[in-house]
Design a protein around this ligand. Sequence first.
Ligand code: DP6
Length: 383
Amino acid sequence: MVYEATVSAPVNIACIKYWGKRDTKLIIPTNSSLSITLSQDHLRSTTTCRADPRFERGDRLWLNGKEEVIKENGRTWVCIEELRRWRRAMEEKDKKLPELSEMPLRIASYNNFPTAAGLASSASGLAALVSSLSTLFSLPQTPSQLSLIARQGSGSACRSLFGGFVAWREGLASDGSDSMAQQVAPETHWPEMQALICVVSDQKKATSSTAGMQATVETSALFRQRLQVVPSRMDAIESAIKQKDFESFAKITMADSNTFHACCLDTTPPIFYMNDVSRSIIQLIEQLNKANGKPLAAYTFDAGPNAVIYTLDKYMPVVIKAVQRFFPPAQDLEDRLNVMPAVEKAGFPMMFDESKVVKWEKGAVKGLIHTTVGDGPRVMARE
Ligand code: DP6
């Protein structure tokens, strides 16, 4: 008898960033964070777990078709063993259950976007792993309880167990038992909210988040100041989301992205995740917001140069046109210089100062992904 489950899980992009651990083994963060789950129609990881007593002993894992070693006591190993422990407890209570906890596992996971390009592939990947294994094991645990396990695979993964707007509460316990994700609002709460991902680079980043954040914890004084402001930012952004107050949401999101990257710069040696194109995107959004009199869009950058721009559906055409105008994706630079009339037609007389947006180059933005707020993990198949 073969037991198998396939689950897909979404990407999430933080508005209040997780950066720093107070326990690197258990992955307990130095601050709470908040993210938006993006639609799986565009970005997702899909994982199949199979248990079969006839498999050779030992678990095996493939990521995008390439086998990865599951290191004993490594992050993936910890996630698998914790879930096995929960399954074993069920089997001990109910002797009629098949002994899945004793069977070797074969796990295959695919991303439909480049790994390690600053697009949170570890978040959706580990969330898909934990969700598919818990589905295979028929575990009764809630998404928040499962987030305790996903967190130990990759911190940001714990937020991908929910759709919509998600907080990861840092918690107080030294064993991490209260450091878990919680949904602040479901994906249906604010349907006008959308995201535009500007792919600036699909290359692997030079400094991983894991290494970068601990270097910041150890060397940055600014980082300690950031920890003082995060709690009030968390409160403010949660109430902005609940009230659908885009202006406040945008201001806090941009401020926190900037504080996070300032902490990276304040690290010894400094870490540069953004590049000239990223900085130009910041200037473009700042100019659009200024011309509009209040924020119509918010940029945020993770540990890489790609921008994620949050905006409302009514502003999205303007944002897309503005990005295409300044960062034409193809050779048709000349054609795109005539975009402003279209922007005006969309109802926004954007009299912004174009000279303030510097350093744009042809083809600087490699691709745009226009997406929406999405749901949590989806069970695709189970037998
Ligand atoms: C900048 O979750 O990748 O994207 O816990 O070491 O696996 P580990 O780090 P990871 O860090 C993500 C950092 C971030 C901010 C965020 O997603 O909150």
